[in-house]
Design a protein around this ligand. Structure first.
Ligand code: MRU
Length: 369
């Protein structure tokens, strides 16, 4: 099932707030609809958010009634700002918006000032935007496969793997990132068992990862987030693998809140801690985790999980959606361009030089530092 689909000039998304109870699709027609769906978390997961934002710009491109390239680009810029603001921590949104705006600006049909070239045609310009959005979606599908192949080699047969949040097909344009690794290892015949963190407060683990892994037939057990420590102490976790929402140039990783404490626990117990993400999640302009802005979400998510009140009305709440894990706690960063093991400024910079497709083809290429 594709959680996001561009069809006949509208965007269909699977409303993830209703899962697993109901599989209902929403039709989005404007960039405002898209920003609203992102804020409500009807669509989520850093790579999928990038794809969704790209199609949000395609909607803006189609709806604009501007008559000149300049005015049309202004409308797109405005929509881009709205989309980036809807989910500031996930860098894939800003990355995809920049990429689509770049394609809109360099569209061949756009007249170049002073060159005497071309008459701007809105239909060509709109097609260029939709093409770029489609390219982002299909590149992410390929990136997921490369990550899955590479990462699956790290998981031994009979491994008990702990994961947090949701990083599967519901969070990406393909088989997933961390979850794609798990599913690839399972499909290759390894007897993998997964500990799935429920992932407070929005329960992406319980609602989405459990749903996806069960559909895939991967053996799994759902645990409360607070169980991880005792599982590791008993020797019941062989590896932790998670995704990422933004990776700083030095390898620090912002991911769903709760990730950092898992990394500390894994370090304490000598359990390998892996992060899987496409290179599009690396923010090379962000020097370290200290520079990552973590969004604070609605207190209602904590006060009323699944709509059920669990605290006295008016209780003060802190609800940061993400936390930052320092690179020093990460055993390897698994990307579509190879592994950074351990992740640091040099090993991550080297990944940038690898062309798409090269990492998977080499059967385990590594950018060791
Ligand atoms: O708030 P969400 O559900 O969008 O959370 C983001 C995530 O899906 C995770 O943090 C994930 O690990 C990275 S995206 C594959």
């Amino acid at each position: 099932m594709k959680p996001v689909e561009w069809r006949d000039g509208v965007l269909r998304i699977l409303d993830q707030t209703r899962l697993p109870a109901e599989e209902r699709f929403m039709v989005l027609r404007t960039p405002e609809d898209v920003a609203g769906a992102i804020r409500a978390m009807a669509v989520r997961g850093a790579p999928l958010l990038g794809i969704t934002a790209a199609f949000g710009l395609a909607l803006a491109a189609n709806r604009s009634d501007a008559r000149s390239a300049k005015a049309w680009l202004r409308d797109l810029d405005r929509a881009g700002r709205l989309l980036v603001a809807s989910r500031p921590t996930a860098v894939n949104v800003a990355w995809a918006v920049d990429r689509v705006l770049g394609a809109a600006r360099s569209d061949d049909s756009a007249p170049t000032p002073g060159s005497g070239r071309g008459t701007w045609r809105v239909d060509d310009a709109r097609r260029a935007v939709a093409r770029e959005a489609q390219a982002i979606a299909s590149e992410d599908e390929t990136a997921c496969l490369a990550i899955a192949r590479l990462g699956a080699e790290l998981l031994p047969d009979r491994a008990n793997v702990l994961t947090h949040c949701n990083t599967g097909a519901l969070a990406t344009g393909g088989v997933g990132t961390a979850q794609g690794v798990i599913v690839a290892a399972h499909r290759s015949g390894k007897r993998i068992h997964v500990w799935v963190d429920e992932t407070r407060p929005v329960l992406q683990g319980a609602r989405l990862t459990a749903w996806e892994l069960r559909r895939e037939g991967v053996p799994m057990t759902l645990v409360a987030d607070t169980v991880a420590g005792s599982l590791m102490a008993k020797g019941s976790v062989d590896a932790v693998i998670v995704g990422a929402d933004r990776i700083a140039a030095n390898g620090d990783v912002a991911n769903k809140v709760g990730t950092y404490q898992l990394a500390v626990l894994a370090h304490h117990h000598g359990v390998p801690f892996y992060v899987a993400a496409p290179l599009s999640t690396v923010d090379f302009t962000c020097p370290s985790g200290l520079d990552i802005v973590v969004e604070e979400r609605d207190p209602e998510e904590v006060l009323r999980p699944s709509g059920i009140p669990i605290a006295p009305p008016g209780t003060p709440v802190a609800n940061p959606a993400f936390d930052v894990t320092p690179a020093g706690l990460i055993s390897a960063l698994i990307t579509d361009r190879g592994m950074a093991r351990p992740p640091d400024r040099a090993s991550i910079r080297r990944l940038r030089k690898v062309r798409p497709g090269e990492a998977a083809g080499s059967g385990g290429w590594e950018a060791a530092s």
